[in-house]
Ligand binder design. Structure first.
Ligand code: 3H9
Length: 695
């Protein structure tokens, strides 16, 4: 046996069998070097007469996780992945692919260009391209229908969903499932080809059964569910071309792929992909996290129960404290309902749920039950005195080294930590409701928080399958501080002439999951009301105050939970609240405001400018580490349109100069609210971008 190359692509030959090992850690991305190596290997083996069969497999944990996303946006370098796939398919000698770990996007395309595919049981396959704003551009839209049929190919390609080996086998995307080491399986499978035990065939030579009904159904569905997105519609067009001869279909795919690559949505979605990973790069990353096996949760309301559910689903033992038995029972029933939801969604087996409830979850009315807990998270009422009381009690009860965390969404974590004798063990872990569903976790680092505590927060987030973002202490941290400004801008628009419905519609048309007024109704208008009352004594006289939300709360309308807020939540759907429209008219009249109309563009321009303005001051204040951290907070916690990449990515797309111009124009109306942050002026003057500051 000879190992002819120690590079990313190495060949090992054994008589008539050649094995190609791909070794490009961590995920064997099809970078330029890997692509070039694969073509070189094909050329070498084509002319090695002793070799009769070729098998490709991946080293490490995976086959190929796709094209190298880091190369997107750079000048393309030959050979492109489509050429690599075509070269593999064109081989005279049979080529098989052995798939383990992930065969995603370009990885699956390489596999489909081979003449047979063997899967290992833990394999995940899929076409995530659409989630990156592109389409499978290396023959995936042409070869998947040839193997799995148009309907199944459309489903995989337009959703980006990932499936396992069994499902791949059922769809004929793989030919066999074998258990063992990828190299050994490659060797055996190659021998099987030689022995006539494994059939091989070029995918491109297969015919596609036309399915116009499936194409039309996919188009109609996407028009309804994804009208704002560019790539899914192009995916359908590309798959529709698969009934043409291969070369023609591939040419159509290439043209549509280029359209996607040139779309700003592609840049936004890829930025979102990297944002999810960039946020883990924190100064404390090298610290060893503390052990967290048992967690105490204080408060069994929606938030506390959501946190408990999230921890239980991750295999952590939870003790939940409430003030009396009745409240504890209520908390328990919410956790049970949440877990039942997980069972219904297929995320949890019913017997596992029963085991969790009997072995890993308990309730108490006595904080002494937390004596041995590794971490206690309080999710009690948002009131500084209440929180201080909780923390001083925990300080007296919890073991040394236990982590004391607050889930406060606004309050000063330094002040809370100061009531304990162990401020180094105090941290903010700000979950978002519903906490067992929402992916964002703000890890709020107070002045004295120990570095290993920060690392523990991030490790816990990973375990809970959440995205942690490091934040400093200020009123509202990253997310809610921006939200306050966002909501104020929306309130000013409402006061000056736009209706809550018009504002929400403008934002949802822009791509937000929900508009600001629907969000307030969902969160509960009483929460903002309490915060406004708390801040009233310190509110500067120059600040413009919109009394409409207070007037709504005075009626006892707190949003969804009371059936009424900015909107009415009736059996026949959600409609504008006519009484709120009356309140708005009254308040405008009192303030002497003649309402004017706002176009959708003006609404979104003002709101986006307000968001970016506050986000920039957050950066200046050092509350967020980098612009991309702010993007992650808004993408994963606030329903910001993913295809726009987050507020700071959007700021770069708008341009600092234009943002400064807008703020200066708006400040003619309200110079207190609209102020140009120094950093934005600097970027406008120097031609710099926020992206330059992502490190
Ligand atoms: C495509 O294939 C287009 C084609 O149709 C071709 C057209 C011509 N490239 O997620 P992790 C990095 S589009 C470059 O933390 P995990 C990632 O940034 C592509 N880098 O690990 C991270 O780097 P760092 C379609 C990539 O174990 C490190 O690898 N494919 C790529 O939790 C570890 O990643 C996809 O969309 C990449 N393709 O999950 C697959 N993938 O350490 C995207 C990862 O510096 N990838 N990195 O932060 C994934 O879904 C997950 O990474 C995977 C591993 C499941 C593979």
């Amino acid at each position: 046996m000879t190992d002819t190359s120690a590079s990313l692509v190495s060949i090992e030959t054994s008589g008539p069998i050649a094995l190609i090992k791909l070794n490009n850690p961590p995920v064997n991305a099809a970078s330029h070097a890997l692509r070039a190596g694969l073509v070189e290997a094909m050329d070498t083996l084509a002319s090695t007469s002793d070799v009769k069969v070729v098998a490709i497999y991946g080293a490490g944990t995976t086959f190929i996780a796709g094209a190298d996303i880091k190369e997107f946006g750079m000048p393309p370098k030959d050979p492109w992945l489509p050429e690599v796939c075509n070269r593999i398919e064109a081989m005279e000698k049979p080529v098989i692919a052995v798939l383990h770990g992930n065969a995603l996007g370009g990885g699956l395309e390489v596999a489909m260009a081979a003449h047979a595919r063997i899967a290992l049981p833990g394999l995940t396959i899929g076409f995530p391209e659409v989630t990156l704003g592109i389409l499978p551009g290396a023959g995936g839209t042409q070869r998947a229908p040839r193997l799995a049929g148009i309907s199944a190919a459309l489903d995989l390609i337009t959703t980006g969903k990932r499936i396992g080996a069994q499902e791949a086998l059922a769809l004929d995307l793989v030919d066999r499932i074998e258990t063992g080491d990828p190299r050994d399986i490659a060797m055996v499978a190659a021998q099987d080809v030689l022995d006539g035990q494994l059939a091989t065939r070029r995918t491109g030579e297969r015919a596609v059964e036309p399915d116009p009904a499936a194409i039309e159904a996919a188009k109609a569905q996407l028009q309804k569910t994804q009208p704002n997105l560019f790539a899914p519609h192009k995916c359908v067009e590309a798959v529709a071309a698969s009934t043409k001869p291969l070369a023609e279909g591939l040419a159509t795919e290439r043209a549509l792929f280029e359209d996607c690559m040139n779309s700003p949505q592609r840049a936004g979605l890829i930025h979102a992909f990297f944002a999810e990973r960039a946020v883990t790069k924190i100064p404390e990353a090298k610290e060893t996290p503390r052990k967290v096996e048992t967690i105490g949760v204080i408060g069994g309301g929606t938030m506390g129960s959501g946190i408990a559910t999230s921890c239980l689903l991750a295999g952590v033992t939870v003790i939940m404290a409430e003030r009396d038995e009745e409240a504890a029972a209520r908390g328990r029933s919410i956790v049970e309902k949440n877990l039942e939801g997980a069972v219904k969604r297929g995320k949890l087996a019913a017997d596992k749920r029963d085991a969790i409830l009997s072995n890993a979850y308990s309730t108490t009315t006595d904080y002494r039950a937390f004596a041995d807990a590794d971490l206690v998270i309080e999710a009690v009422f948002e009131d500084m005195d209440v929180k201080k009381d909780v923390f001083s009690k925990l300080d007296g009860i919890c073991k040394p080294g236990a982590i004391l965390a607050t889930n406060t969404s606004y309050l000063d974590v330094n002040e809370i930590a100061a009531v304990t004798k162990r401020p180094q063990d105090v941290i903010g872990l700000h979950f978002f409701s519903p906490a067992h569903i929402m992916r964002l976790l703000e890890v709020v680092v107070a002045d004295k928080t120990a570095p290993d505590l920060v690392a523990t927060g991030f490790a816990l987030a990973k375990r809970l399958k959440k995205i942690a973002v490091r934040a400093g202490v200020c009123d509202g941290f990253i997310g809610n501080r921006i939200l306050n400004t966002y909501k104020a801008a929306a309130d000013y628009l409402m006061m000056d002439g736009a209706s809550p419905e018009e504002i929400d519609n403008a934002l949802t048309n822009y791509g937000f999951a929900m508009g600001p007024f629907a969000v307030s109704d969902l969160a509960g208008l009483d929460i903002g009301w309490a915060a406004r009352k708390r801040l009233a004594p310190t509110r500067p006289a120059e600040e413009r105050y919109v009394p409409i939300p207070d007037r709504i709360c005075e009626q006892g309308w707190f949003g969804r939970k009371t059936g009424r807020g900015f909107f009415v939540y009736g059996e026949d759907g959600v409609t504008p609240n006519p009484d709120v429209l009356k309140i708005i008219d009254e308040e405008r009249e009192k303030a002497g405001i003649a309402p004017r109309s706002f176009s959708e563009k003006e609404i979104t321009d003002r709101i986006m400018t307000a968001i970016i303005m506050e986000a920039t001051t957050i950066l200046e204040d050092g509350i967020a580490l980098r612009p991309i951290d702010i993007d992650a907070v808004y993408l994963f916690g606030y329903g910001f349109p993913r295809f726009r990449g987050g507020p700071m990515h959007t700021a770069d797309a708008i341009g600092a100069g234009e943002l400064v111009r807008r703020i200066e124009a708006y400040s003619q109306e309200d110079a207190y609210f609209w102020k140009v942050p120094a950093l934005l002026s600097e970027l406008a003057e120097t031609g710099g971008t926020f992206a330059d500051r992502n490190g």
